[in-house]
Design a binder for this molecule. Sequence first.
Ligand code: ZN
Length: 533
Amino acid sequence: MLSLGIAEGHQIPLIHEVHSDDEHLLNTIDGEWFEILYHFRWEDYRQFAADYYNALYDFNQLPAQATAQSDVNPETKEEARQRLLFGRATAPRPVEPPAPILYQGEVVEPKTPEVKPSEVAPGVVPLRLVGRKPKCFFGLLKGFIGVSLIGFPAEPQQVHLLLKSNPAFARVCGFSLKEKDRADYHYQQVPSLRKLEQFDQIMTEAGIWERIKHSEVKTNLATGVIQPERELVGDTTHYHAYSSFETVRYEDDKGNEQKKSQSKPTKNCRCADWEHCPHEWVLRDEGAGTIVKSGKKMIWGHKASIIGLPEQGIAIDAIAVADAATHDGQTFFPHVEKVLAEHPDLAQSIQRVLYDSACDDAALKQRFEQELGLELKASFNPRRSKAITEGLPRGMAKITPYGVPICLAGHEMDYQGIRYATETFIYRAPQGDDGLSVCIGCRERPQCCNRSSASGRTITVSFDTLKHIDAGDPPMAKRFKAIMTRRPAVERMIKRLKCDLGDDRLSKRGNDSFQAYLDKTMISYHLLIRHLH
Ligand SMILES: [Zn+2]
């Protein structure tokens, strides 16, 4: 903490005052958050601090409300509903140019970037900001990171609650609780909820959360905290939206009435008469949509695409999907493209990408191969639910949609390989615990392998019988299975981000807030990975 006797804004040697109970806390507080905040390398964040103060300056200069050009917006609420529906990434008809699949933030560039990184440090805020001395960027940043490390969502309410209720937390962030005899404002006091909200908003609009996230991942890759791998794994996950939906009816190309869930239209102005005021109708919770889970369960939420490294189990990026109703098969390609462009060093080592059955699509595999030079391996999607029961080899009861024959005695046949000359898949009866074929002593022998040897029954199944299986990449093969065992690593990454460092219930609306939430969580996640390295 800095001595209060120093002239305002003067750059002074930074004295790190050690509190004896900080030392004590370092040894006693359960969890990494205190150590990470205590040893926080603020020097690495000076550029972001300068960017923040510049954006804060512009923010304070902005007029309270932008005014629209015309007098009246002739669009009715119902017209707005239809326009918004047909503008979505999952619109009933494709739009030209196509709506982007992934969220693309519009960063507000500072108009007059004057603050320089060398002018800022914890407790030292730039001079040009007149009026009340602003709250320290470093303290505010640590507040948001700390809250996530403790396991709460990195949102202003939670930061405020923790700063107010946990003196050790407030102090390690660089704030002091209000002294009893001080009624007036002081920049080192715990910020108000409104100030925390303003900080979060400026960081979001200026794109600083995203840039810090990017920098944390880059640092971890450059310093060897994260090792290069040959594969990337991806998946999507949902977060519950902080909004409700309405069902919009529309006419499809054939003139039939259809229905689709959509966020309600609203206006961002405070006019009394929305029907006649000049402002534009927008979606109240842009990006929210209906997500269909297994078992036809529907969730009104936001969707994020997560990409990571399967061997180390580390998430590299998390991005908001522009429209949560978008199918998973469409989100992976643009996200991989983005991650490889942002991390060229990583791109050099990546040869293969893994996904679940949503990406089991020949055209998509070809696109990955041709445009990115990557092999896409996806869990097998049989696209049929019924087993095959006709035209089976002797002794077989059925073949599952996944290409596994099951014999009359209930044993699953082991896949052996392909006989290309006859265009057949080869299977053999498995071995029991005693190492002998299960066929020996089987009661079904008369109907099955009466004449076969002690090695047990061998069968062949023609490619034609299993038309839905790609003979060039059969999912029954050991190699396929070995590769796909690495895919669920992404589910552990998602659990870390969603449960350990936050919450899957959002408290804000819109894709910009959702992306900022993902970025804040990823910042804490990568600081934690570095700390545990
Ligand atoms: Zn208005």
